[in-house]
Design a protein around this ligand. Structure first.
Ligand code: ZN
Length: 139
């Protein structure tokens, strides 16, 4: 269990590093257009303030990714990471590696999707019945 947490922490930190590298690249290519001076060194001095500045330059997709990573890391610290939020069973390491932000086990995810499909069908039925009822009232 501890080994699993350590392994996932390493994976999550790597993902975060990669996301920040993407931002760094975007920032560098952006600054090259207006400034020919090499500015690579400043990106080696990580600081929360710079992280925040870089976050502002990120697209929504990258920001969402980093938010998910931070949430997963926070759950890891709390000992809640890798536990299904529904049935509280441990989520297998293989699934976590494939989907590091998974909050549900395969079974609960499938149940949720089934429920969502049913809810959708129910909604469609209800709309249909309302239309049918409306037609009756008009008649
Ligand atoms: Zn579950």
């Amino acid at each position: 269990m501890v080994e699993k947490a350590d392994e996932m922490k390493a994976i999550l930190l790597k993902l975060k590093e990669e996301a920040f590298e993407e931002i760094g690249k975007a920032v560098r290519s952006g600054s090259e257009k207006s400034n020919d001076e090499p500015s690579g060194d400043i990106y080696d001095q990580a600081s929360n303030e710079r992280d925040r500045e870089l976050l502002l330059l990120l697209g929504d997709r990258e920001r969402e990714k980093i938010r998910n990573i931070d949430e997963a890391l926070a759950r890891l610290e709390e000992g809640e990471y890798g536990i299904c939020e529904d049935c509280e069973e441990e989520i297998p390491l293989g699934r976590l590696k494939a989907m590091p932000f998974a909050r549900l086990c395969v079974k609960c995810k499938a149940d949720l999707e089934k429920l969502q499909a049913q809810t959708k069908r129910f909604e469609e039925d209800r709309v249909y019945r309302e239309i049918a009822a409306g037609e009756e009232e008009d008649a």
